[in-house]
Structures are given as C-alpha cells and as structure tokens.
Design a protein around this ligand. Structure first.
Ligand code: HEM
Length: 395
C-alpha cells in the first residue's frame, strides 16, 4: 500500500512481536524491497530499512534529531534525556569529548595487558572444562570484570548490571508490550544501587571520577555527571556480550571461516567488523524529524519518529555483495553501520573490539572446532540477546 500524500509504502508489520524480534531478517528484507522508507502504521513510525536511507539519517542530525530521545516511548526518552546519545550538537560535542577521554585508543592501551591477561586465564579455565556456556562463562566476563571496574561501580552494582542492562534496552520499546512495562520496574530497583549516590563515593581514577573532574574544569555542568554515567553503563554490556556470543555462534556454524582465522589471525579486526555487520547487536534506535524531509522521493513529515534500522542496513543487498554470507575477508566491511556513523558513532567501539579480539586471540591456537550443544535466544526490544549457547570446544 502507498500513502498518497507522502508517497510512502505502508506496512502493518509489528517489529516488537516476539516472533519478529527472534527472527527479524526475512521481515527486514521485505521492508527493504518496499522502499527506502516504510511507514509502520501500527506505531506511526517511519522505518528506514536500507543502507542508503540509514546513512542519510545518521549523517543529518539537524533533521533526524536525537535531542528528543532515540527510544520509542516518552517515559524512556525522559529517563535517557541529557545523555550523550540523546542530545544534539553543540551540547553533544562537549559531552562526547568528555566521555571519549578514557575510550580513545591511546587511553585504552593502558588496559591492554590487563584485558589480555583476564582473557588468557578465563580461556585457559574454560578449555580445561571443554564444554561451557558462551553467554554466562565466556562473553559476560570481560565487560563485567573490566568495564564495571573501570567505570568505578560498587561491587553490588556490578552484579545488578546483568539485570539492569537488558532491561534498559527493553524500556526502549512500545509501552503496549508487557516486556517494556516490566523493564521499567527492573530499572527502578537496580539503578539506585548500581551508581554511587554521591561524588564522594566515586572511586578515584575511575571513569566516573573523570566525569566529576571534567565538571570541575567546567567542561560539562556538574549535574550532568550522574546522567552521563548512563553513557558508560547502559550501552557497554549487552552489546559487547552479544557480539562475543555471535562470534562463537558464527564460527561454530562456519568452520571454514574459523580455519581461515586460525591460519591468518591478522584478520581478527576484519572478522570483528564482519560479525557486527552480519549479526548487528543493536537492531535500531529512533530519531525525531525536525522538518519535512524528502528521502529518496518519500516525504517524511516534521514531527514524525523514524526507526534507524542498523541491522537491516547491514544486510542490504543494494549495498553488500551476498550480504547473508559470513566472510571474514570481506573487503570494505569496516564501512558497516553496526557501530553507528557520523557524530553519534559508538563511543565504546574501540573497547568492544579490544575485548572481543583478546578472547579470539586466546581461543584461536587451542580450539579446532566449536560444536553447538544447545542454543536459545532471549527476546529483547533492541538487542538480539542470547539466553544460552552451550558449546564443546574441540581441541
Ligand atoms: C559490540 C559492541 C557495541 C555495539 C554493537 C555498539 C553499537 C552502538 C551503536 C549502533 C551506536 C549508535 C547509536 C545511534 O546512532 O543511535 C552506539 C553509540 C554509543 N555507544 Fe556503543 N556499541 C557497542 C559497545 C559500546 C561500549 C562498550 C560502550 C561504552 C563503554 C558504548 C557506548 C556508546 C555510547 C556512549 C554511544 C553514544 C555515542 C554518541 O551519542 O555520540 N558502546 N553504539
């Protein structure tokens, strides 16, 4: 169906149904075939499923604004208001400069040997066992052990992060879904215990302490510190955990690619990009449209919400050769949008890459094959999470 006024194809598909969240790719392909913009009538949401339309939105923040939030409901957007993600330049530029201080490659190098050491001892103990759950035993370890310590969270907060992180992504969905409403309850229970209540409780030298130092320098207002903790805590855990599980799942299903990586470990950075392209952890965030805009012949009216579909764009057959093929040697794969693009590109991509690379580096020489024993996904509004992935590591 085509809307006469906007020239926009219309679909009544619900991306937040369980079945769609568990297996979105056939739906994404159908949407991409309908056009660069598809009006999802049930939510009055303009979906951007193609690589070209996603790039256009990411490159034009003045039109596709984040300052009114990137989530689907008002309550969640109010909660995330004032974070780096949910802001526009020039305020965004000041905040991003501050949150990036510990996340730049030069600053992260300081933690390189610690991350590698943690990966080495973790992989050694898992290989002794032979079979393990990639989610609980492998993928969660580094984000929990390292990131939460660097951020400077209290011990109790670290454990609660496992409840908080998926719930924070679930709050981004439509309020009509039970999983969205329940997620707010989890956030209210866990958040006050995750973050230190006052600046005096913040661990010296931590990333949180860095926020307060930036406030003392006048780089950001002091009342921003408590909000900007969310920039470190919210997106750092389940994204990286999911990408790590996806890596093992893809290599288990494509043993030839694992053999190739064992022969050529220098392909690890390209392999990580291919993993994030093919199985993008973040399916999509929204934007608020500030003025009528023409996207490849379709008019999106001012005041609309658009859904920027990172995961669909990364499988767009108009952009990628054989997009469903897992190919760790793929040329130009660094151009994927799985870490976003332009001013809001992922602040933690360097760290996520370091963590995944450290684990793969340890697994490569020892493991000949990953054999999947059992796998189960977890339904989430934004991230394609895993509940478990039990594997046997054949040595
Ligand atoms: C594989 C792991 C990760 C993936 C796939 C991922 C994905 C993304 C994506 C797609 C965006 C852009 C959102 C948009 O434009 O709407 C983003 C932004 C962001 N990410 Fe990540 N992320 C990952 C890991 C991390 C980590 C480890 C951290 C923190 C330590 C982090 C912090 C952020 C922040 C703060 C932003 C907002 C940046 C801005 O608004 O300028 N992410 N991420």
């Amino acid at each position: 169906m085509l809307d006469d006024a906007t020239r926009c194809p219309v679909s009544d598909w619900d991306p937040y149904e369980d079945a769609a969240l568990l297996d979105p790719y056939p739906h994404y392909a159908r949407l991409r075939d309908m056009g660069p913009v598809v009006h999802l009538s049930h939510y009055d949401l303009y979906a951007l499923p193609r690589d070209s339309s996603v790039r256009f939105a990411l490159d034009n923040w003045e039109i596709f604004s984040l300052a009114k939030g990137v989530l689907l409901n008002d309550r969640a957007n109010e909660g995330a208001s004032g974070t780096t993600l949910c802001s526009d330049p020039p305020e965004h530029t000041r905040m991003k400069d501050v949150i990036m201080r510990p996340l730049k490659p030069a600053a992260l190098r300081e933690h390189d040997s610690h991350i590698k050491g943690e990966a080495r001892s973790l992989v050694a103990s898992l290989l002794q066992r032979g079979t393990f759950d990639v989610v609980a035993d492998l993928a969660r370890h580094l984000p929990l052990a390292i990131v939460s310590r660097l951020v400077g969270l209290p011990e109790v907060g670290r454990q609660l992060m496992l409840d908080f992180a998926p719930a924070s992504f679930n709050t981004a969905g439509p309020m009509e879904k039970e999983r969205t409403r329940q997620a707010f309850e989890v956030l209210e229970r866990t958040w006050p215990q995750i973050v230190p209540g006052a600046a005096a409780d913040v661990q010296p030298g931590s990333w949180l302490a860095g926020l307060y130092e930036a406030a003392d320098e006048g780089a950001i207002p002091r009342d921003k510190c408590a909000t900007m903790v969310l920039d470190y805590v919210g997106p750092s855990l389940d994204t990286t955990i999911t990408a790590t599980v996806n890596a093992i799942w893809l290599f288990a299903n494509h043993p030839g690619q694992w053999d190739l990586l064992r022969d050529r470990p220098n392909l690890i950075p390209n392999a990580i990009n291919e993993i994030v392209r093919l199985e993008s952890p973040i399916q999509g965030w929204t934007r608020y449209v500030t003025r009528d805009v023409d996207v490849e012949g379709v008019t999106i009216p001012a005041g609309s919400r658009v859904l920027v579909m990172f995961a669909s764009a990364n499988r767009d057959e108009r952009r990628w050769d054989a997009p469903e093929r897992f190919d760790i040697g793929r040329q130009g794969v660094a151009q994927h949008v799985g870490f976003g693009r332009s001013v809001h590109s992922c602040a933690g991509a360097n760290l996520a890459r370091m963590e995944i690379a450290a684990l793969l580096t340890e697994l490569l020489p020892a493991v000949k094959r990953f054999e999947i024993i059992e796998e189960e996904r977890e339904v989430n509004n934004i991230v394609r999470l895993w509940k478990r992935l039990s594997v046997r590591a054949v040595q």
